[in-house]
Design a protein around this ligand. Sequence first.
Ligand SMILES: [Zn+2]
Length: 191
Amino acid sequence: MVLWGEWVDVDRMDPCKYQCAHCDALVGPDSGYLCDRHGGALGKVYICPNCNRPTYFEMSNDRTQIPSPRYGNKIEHLPEEIEKVYTEIRDCMSHQLYTAGVLLARKLLMNIAVDSGAKEGVSFVTYVNFLESEGIIPKDGKDWVDAIRQAGNIATHKIPSINQELAEDIVTFLEFLLRIKYEMPGRMARK
Ligand SMILES: [Zn+2]
């Protein structure tokens, strides 16, 4: 969704390439606002040419981008509820909240199962078995689901340490699942 309207008194600046956290697009605007101190830029605000929303760059701090771009990729044709959880997982990842991200990954797997016709309120294992028997999880993907099961199993066990690499692998697997289950059929239907 575009923010309709005009930013007042924007300046022409050096173009800056970044992934906009608001709309996910890779953009390279050349207009915005500069925070100047004796000829040096302390901060810059760029306006996204795609969605017209501002992103702030703190120049002293290795060009920190605020809001930071979402981890992973946007997926088309997701049902609203699934998209909400997936976006939240991406937000967790871009803020280094790996345990929270993996817990949500577990929830997302259950959502996918229910959306595919599984009964609500059953155990995680039952959902996983359902996804397998329906062929939604490919045969070679079983190890990944097992990793999600173990990593997200903090209700009855002590909290496991989930490192960045494991969390990233799990989210990449989920992305693949969502593409196969929703995006590819959606594209096909459009044609
Ligand atoms: Zn944007």
